[in-house]
Design a protein around this ligand. Structure first.
Ligand SMILES: NC(=O)C1=CN([C@@H]2O[C@H](COP(=O)(O)OP(=O)(O)OC[C@H]3O[C@@H](n4cnc5c(N)ncnc54)[C@H](O)[C@@H]3O)[C@@H](O)[C@H]2O)C=CC1
Ligand SMILES: N[C@@H](CC=O)C(=O)O
Length: 376
């Protein structure tokens, strides 16, 4: 099969390398790049060279961002080309539109690499869904922030220093605020919930990140045998669902607490299979390239995942609640002493906690907030 790659950055190069070294049945015929980055005879800055070429059956989108990725994906689907993408921002924003276009054109839309890097997470959710509902999912879905927390704990490194290392290693987004403010996990949570629960997941979920995490915060939680991980989660029951993204203080004895470097750990729960955990590299050139090449091979073998978002689950933020710790100089209503400089509120929904954080940030812009895991 002849394919084209849109965007020859960290992920695009990983895809090309794996195909060249290991997958002779696929040929990277064209590569779309910006006009000042044309370094290979297959490269073009003009998308029409790709979308109008009938020999190209599949387009891999790994440029990132919303536009022109959104337009290019739709044009490819409407032209009868399969699309494989790692771009969670565009999938989270336009999933239903892409799924409808793919289904109308009778082509594949494959999004494995958009969540969990190299981990076969989306395919596993789809497999579970053949038999039963997914009741909940949660996990570490961002390699950059996991790498930051891991390095701060292990090497005593500073936040800014490790973030730039994560950028060098190709884990971070072009704009790494998407990683540290939880936007990347938000997009992955929306995609996971859409596939797991068959809903057009709300775009209006509570999202907090680890921008204000300090070594003091880690030592504060460490004194209680807890560590902090950025967690995306979703739950559904009785016709309702809820989703959130936030730092969570988890017991140091959990698997989540011990996930190193850029690795991710995502968990789902379903009635007959129970808890399933998936662990692997959640970011980086070759792990993400691997997930894309797996999607390409599935597509060559005829796999055309279908997505149905018509299930009328009601979004109910009250389904996700628990204790929250705030390290702040601001006054938090209803809070009790937790540790020096930090207070705890016994029961808040994720939405209420995010609203309290917003208020606290007005008087103390350094405020850090974390949910305390029920298993702690
Ligand atoms: N880096 C990683 O570990 C992972 C990245 N992703 C996602 O994959 C996508 C790509 O990520 P990276 O490879 O890290 O980004 P990158 O910034 O390294 O590469 C993007 C490439 O696309 C090119 N590009 C951007 N806009 C273009 C346009 N309009 N026309 C032609 N070329 C254009 C850029 O010049 C660049 O070479 C993003 O959506 C990202 O969120 C997903 C999983 C892991
Ligand atoms: N920036 C992302 C890349 C993969 O999705 C991450 O760090 O996980």
């Amino acid at each position: 099969m002849k394919i084209a790659i849109l965007g020859y950055g960290t992920v695009g190069r990983g895809v090309a390398q794996i195909i060249e070294e290991r997958v002779p049945e696929v040929e990277v015929a064209r590569i779309l790049e910006l006009p000042d980055r044309l370094t290979d005879p297959r490269m073009t800055p003009n998308y029409q060279d790709i979308v109008d070429d009938p020999a190209i059956e599949l387009v891999v989108e790994c440029m990132g961002g919303i536009e022109p990725a959104h337009t290019f994906i739709l044009q490819a689907l409407n032209a009868g080309k399969h699309v494989v993408t790692s771009n969670k921002a565009v999938v989270a924003a336009h999933f239903a539109e892409f799924a409808e276009a793919a289904s109308k054109a009778g082509v594949g839309l494959l999004i494995e690499a958009s969540v969990g890097g190299g981990i076969p997470w989306i395919a596993s959710i789809e497999k579970v869904r053949r038999i039963e509902d997914v009741q909940s999912f949660s996990g570490i879905m961002n390699g950059t922030t996991n790498y930051i927390v891991y390095s701060m704990l292990k090497d005593g490194a500073d936040f800014a220093e490790v973030l730039s290392k994560a950028q060098e290693l190709g884990f971070a987004e072009r704009d790494p605020t998407a990683d540290i403010d939880g936007i990347d996990v938000r997009n992955k949570t929306i995609i996971s919930a859409s596939v797991a629960f068959d809903v057009a997941c709300t775009q209006d979920l509570p999202v907090s990140g680890i921008r204000n995490l300090t070594k003091y915060d880690l030592s504060l939680f460490g004194s209680r045998d807890l560590t902090v991980k950025l967690i995306g989660r979703g739950v559904q029951a009785d016709g309702r669902y809820a989703v959130s993204v936030e730092p969570v203080a988890v017991s140091t004895s959990t698997l989540e607490a011990n996930v190193p470097t850029n690795f991710n750990l995502v968990t789902l729960d379903a009635p007959s299979i129970g808890e399933l955990k998936f662990y692997g590299q959640g970011a980086g050139s070759l792990p993400t390239g691997n997930a894309i090449v797996q999607d390409i091979l599935d597509c060559v073998a005829g796999r055309r995942p279908t997505y149905d978002f018509s299930r009328g689950l009601v979004y109910d933020p009250a389904m996700l609640h628990g204790p929250y710790v705030f390290r702040t100089e601001a006054t938090i209503p209803g809070a009790k002493f937790y540790e020096p400089g930090a207070v705890i509120v016994d029961d808040l929904t994720a939405t209420q906690a995010r609203a309290l954080l917003d208020d606290a940030l007005k008087s103390d812009p350094t405020t850090f907030m974390a949910a305390v895991s029920a298993n702690s």
